[in-house]
Design a protein around this ligand. Structure first.
Ligand SMILES: [Zn+2]
Length: 591
């Protein structure tokens, strides 16, 4: 670019720095707020501008400084959001030589002495301007003592002093400072707006560029005007006549959209060889594997948005049809592809050979495309196996379509008391996800009625569980917990209880039980410790019942079909039908 320097070439980012607020790209809300404040004469003493790098914080600060001190072409003008650009203050500020406008980069002036200097200066009237203006960039970098010194000034700022702070990390700015500032959040500039801006500049600069190339630059800039212009600069320097997507792909190491769409399209149709060939061609074009996967994710995201009822307005004409076609795959398939890409992206970035990892990911993606979604399986099974058990319709109100229900076989190894039999399992399909459901929470025997205080003789406990529930009913949760966790039943007869205890049981437990049982039942109870083997504790029984339940569900035909189709899939949890879909475990896909 040496000849560019000779001919006085200015980088685009500087050449197209906004000269007025109407030229600020994508910050309409900020401009409107400032306009209102200015017209009402309600400008704050201090402003803080926050946003990611390159969105225009410094440009905004300088514009604001100019507007505040502009006197107009005739020297009579007031503070304005449309600085004339021609008056002495405007020109001096633009050139960075206005005595009353001080730009401080806190990243390199972090000491308390700098803050003290500022404060000393605040005491003097502005030399020539209407306002003395301090622009402090990266204000979050200031030291704590510098903040403290500044705070005193902010508490009682002189009328003719304004502070404009800019920061990328607003959370690091003390609240005491923020509370005295008017805050403006500069948002990332939307991609389509950036692209439109780039097109305008290309026209001014006589740069010929394909729309796809411009879109790729805008996407890569991720909302930063400055980055977008730097990329355009670079690309223009590399391009002889016409800027194409290939130039950009080569420059950025990013794939062209059509390349990415080709990979995804092949893969989602289950065409492994075609997808691999498209991937190889894209990598041969200079695109980094990681960037390719990121682009695939972006496309899947867009297609999902479309499938969910969104529009593709912000996309290029050339991309729309292809993404629309992908959207036809439906949210279930796209969601599954997204999960796989998300996981694979991490693998590609950390793999010793990213190209190989990208290939493996594309192979898996194509393989997955051939598999039915759980929703498909449910439909298929429902068609061939009409519900054999008693119909058990799902209770979830979100069920629009009637979901098939399939009852699980009763487990054959029910060793526990009949009341512990798990109720029949049902399957529910929701938007392509399958969740094992059970009609009621943890199985419990019919609750023992709480003993009435008077006349009616209280019922006698028939099981350990009855005793623990009596304890709960009489507001003794600690004793109930000890009974559940530490007591093994050896023998239970009216007035007589033989038990043994697990390790860690309190010594007083048998005595406590005898005393409390006598109180609760009105009968005399003897509790004796026995050497006998004893049964399971209530806690152990519940755990075993839960395990049986999982095994029972695993044997249900639908679940078996799923686990056969997704080797390695495991039932992680069983969710009750009353629970909302958010509680359901994520679909587990072997990858
Ligand atoms: Zn002016």
């Amino acid at each position: 670019m040496s000849d560019s320097v000779l001919t006085g070439y200015r980088v685009l980012a500087r050449k197209y720095r906004p000269e007025r607020f109407s030229e600020l790209i994508g910050q309409e809300a900020l401009v409107r707020t400032l306009e209102n404040a200015l017209s009402l004469g309600r400008l704050a003493h201090a402003f803080v501008l926050t946003g990611v790098r390159g969105v225009g914080k410094t440009s905004t600060a300088r514009l604001l400084a100019r507007g505040l001190n502009c006197i107009g072409p005739d020297g009579e003008g007031d503070a304005t959001l449309e600085p004339c650009g021609g008056c002495e203050p405007c020109q001096a500020i633009a050139a960075g030589r206005h005595v009353d406008v001080l730009e401080i980069d806190a990243a390199s002036h972090t000491g308390v002495d700098d803050a003290r200097e500022i404060i000393e200066g605040v005491g003097y009237r502005p030399v020539s301007g209407r306002f003395k203006i301090y622009i402090i960039d990266e204000v979050h970098m200031m030291s704590k003592s510098a903040f403290n010194a500044l705070l005193k000034t902010l508490e009682e700022p002189p009328d003719n002093v304004k502070f404009i702070f800019a920061t990328t990390e607003i959370r690091k700015v003390p609240v005491t400072i923020l509370s005295r500032c008017q805050r403006f959040d500069l948002r990332r500039v939307p991609t389509d707006m950036l692209a439109a801006h780039l097109v305008t500049i290309c026209e001014h600069e006589s740069i010929t560029a394909d729309a796809e190339a411009i879109a790729a630059i805008a996407r890569a800039a991720e909302g930063s005007v400055r980055d977008a212009l730097s990329l355009l600069d670079q690309a223009a320097a590399m391009t002889a006549d016409r800027m194409t997507i290939d130039n950009i792909a080569e420059m950025l190491g990013r794939p062209g959209r059509t390349d990415s769409i080709a990979i995804l399209d092949r893969a989602m149709q289950g065409d492994t060889a075609g997808a691999l060939a498209a991937l190889a061609a894209t990598m041969a074009g200079g695109a980094e594997p990681e960037m390719i996967i990121a682009d695939l994710m972006d496309i899947v995201h867009r297609a999902s948005q479309k499938a969910a009822g969104g529009t593709l307005d912000t996309l290029l004409e050339s991309e729309r049809d292809a993404i629309d076609a992908l959207a036809q795959l439906g949210i279930a398939r796209l969601g599954r592809a997204w999960q796989m890409l998300l996981k694979g992206h991490g693998e590609v970035t950390s793999a010793p050979q990213p190209p190989a990892a990208a290939e493996m990911l594309v192979i898996r993606l194509a393989h997955l495309a051939n598999m039915p979604t759980p929703g498909d399986i449910v439909q298929r099974l429902a068609g061939t196996e009409p519900a054999s058990g008693p119909p058990n319709p799902p209770e979830s109100p979100s069920e629009a379509a009637p979901a098939p229900t399939i009852s699980a076989p009763q487990p054959d190894m029910m060793a526990g008391p009949p009341a512990d039999d798990p109720p029949p399992a049902t399957m529910q399909a929701t938007g392509g996800e399958v969740t094992a459901l059970r009609p009621s929470p943890l199985p419990t025997p019919a609750p023992t009625p709480v003993a009435e205080p008077d006349n009616v003789p209280p019922p006698q406990p028939q099981s350990l569980l009855d005793i623990s529930e009596l304890a709960e009913a009489h507001d003794d949760p600690l004793l109930a917990a000890h009974i559940r966790g530490h007591v093994r039943l050896v023998r239970l007869q009216p007035g007589l209880l033989d038990i043994c205890l697990t390790d860690g049981a309190p010594d007083s437990l048998p005595g406590d039980m005898a005393r409390r049982l006598s109180d609760w039942t009105g009968e005399r109870w003897m509790v004796s410790l026995s050497d006998g083997p004893g049964g399971m504790t209530i806690t152990e029984e519940r755990r075993a019942a839960h395990q049986r339940e999982i095994e029972a569900i695993a044997n249900a035909p639908l679940v078996r079909a799923i686990t056969e189709m997704f080797p390695g899939a495991e039932i992680e949890s069983v969710t009750s039908a009353e629970h909302s879909p958010e509680d359901q475990p994520d679909e587990d896909i072997p990858t």
